[in-house]
Design a protein around this ligand. Structure first.
Ligand code: IPM
Ligand code: MG
Length: 404
């Protein structure tokens, strides 16, 4: 067990510090066994669309970076989403959940595609992903949106607005309207068809995500903005009340509250005002896509989902992009950076994580860009070639290479 600590590395994401002792209250419980074990079981869930392409690149980068640090991986690939539906008839086969639970960390590509869009709810690829998140109990989803100096011109916003943005969105992941009951289809008293969902949060669900977000903020710039819709929704009213109650445990963190409509506007108007954002499942889904565009491309945003115990789930925030699937056009960097988060948050392997992040920065410095980020004066490459360039940079950072 260990707590979070910010390390001064280029992406300014949070780092796990295995050497720090656990806080007295409770730990954030990222799995941390770096000192005792150097061999890990990783479940790979490539999924659909561009998922297999980006996971294959991330797997190679993960293996190489880890081997430089004396870490060994055993990979097990399992089906999820549409590919699982085609192979087994369900979007999350029992064997996939079991393998995921039994491993040290799970790396997922993306799920979904046109082919399954019209499926009934329980047979949608997305249902498999939600079942996986719930099954692993990963209630906290960390989505860093950092504008890298190398990519500032790729943002659709003016340079002076985007420059220096460094936001961590902490999204609640296993509650709210995504999972709330009652839900379903029915008819109203006029005999019309209706569809309905329930936005519901219990105080314990809010307390645990709030605590985690305060700890995350504390290791960044100690500013936490809680985003809700407490002027309209009861679930948000309770959210705000509980976040304020938990704030008393973190007097050193400056807490603010913002309604989600205003937050959506402020993210575009003046994104630098944000440090750490904590919000519910659906607002986090929407705001993290919005935040990704500050950085230039959704193809750059990784995520880490963690729970009280057990393996974390690491995935890019982008979808399966069926329009470019199988064409070697996808940007693999969000998945590569998710692999770095896996090393840091999932395994406590900070050095290997840093090695990957540095290699990504160096690859961008050398001018390589996939189509989503390409601009005049840079070198357009495909998914595979981008992976090869990152691998070269991982290698060039080897202490042995430095000696020669
Ligand atoms: C995400 C995705 C998923 C979500 C979908 C694919 C179910 O949009 O991870 O942000 O809504 O959580
Ligand atoms: Mg989303």
């Amino acid at each position: 067990m260990s707590s979070l600590q910010l390390k001064p590395h280029p992406l300014k994401t949070l780092a796990l510090n295995p050497s720090r002792s656990a806080p007295p209250r409770r730990s954030l419980s990222f799995r941390c066994s770096a000192a005792a074990r150097r061999s890990y079981n990783i479940t790979l869930l490539p999924g659909d669309g561009i998922g297999p392409e980006v996971v294959s690149v991330a797997k190679d980068v993960l293996s190489l970076a880890a081997s430089h640090e004396g870490i060994e991986f055993k990979f097990r690939e399992m089906p999820v989403g549409g590919s699982a539906l085609d192979a087994t008839g369900v979007p999350l086969p029992e064997a996939t959940l079991t393998a995921s639970k039994e491993s040290d960390a799970v790396l997922l590509g993306a799920i979904g595609g046109y082919k399954w869009d019209a499926n009934e709810k329980h047979l949608k690829p997305e249902t498999g992903l939600l079942q996986l998140r719930a099954g692993l109990g990963v209630f906290a989803n960390l989505r860093p949106a950092t504008v890298l100096p190398q990519l500032v011109n790729s943002s659709t916003l003016k340079k002076e607005v985007a420059e220096g943005v460094d936001i961590m969105v902490v999204r609640e992941l296993t509650g709210g309207i995504y999972f709330g009951k009652p839900r379903g289809f029915g008819t109203n008293d006029k005999g019309e068809d209706i569809g309905f969902n329930t936005e519901v949060y219990s105080s314990s669900e809010i307390d645990r995500i709030a605590r985690l977000a305060f700890e995350v903020a504390r290791k960044r710039h100690s500013r936490l903005c809680s985003v809700d819709k407490a002027n309209v929704l009861e679930a948000s009213m309770l959210w705000r009340k509980r976040v304020m109650a938990i704030a008393t445990e973190f007097p050193d963190v400056e807490l603010s509250h913002m309604y989600v409509d205003n937050a959506a506007m402020q993210l575009i108007r003046h994104p630098k005002q944000f440090d750490t954002i904590v919000t519910n499942n659906i607002f986090g889904d929407i705001l993290s896509d919005e935040a990704s565009m500050l950085t230039g491309s959704i193809g750059m945003l990784p995520s880490a989902s963690v729970g009280e115990s057990g393996p974390g789930l690491f995935e890019p925030i982008h979808g399966s992009a069926p329009d470019i699937a199988g064409q070697d056009k996808a940007n693999p960097l969000a998945t590569v950076l998710s692999a770095a988060m896996l090393l840091r948050y999932g395994l406590g392997e900070e050095n290997a994580a840093k090695r990957i992040e540095d290699a990504v920065i160096e690859t961008l410095n050398r001018g390589f860009r996939t189509g989503d980020l390409f601009s005049a004066g840079t070198t357009l490459v495909g998914c595979k070639r981008m992976g090869e360039e990152v691998l070269k940079c991982v290698d060039s950072r080897s202490p042995l290479a430095a000696l020669h």
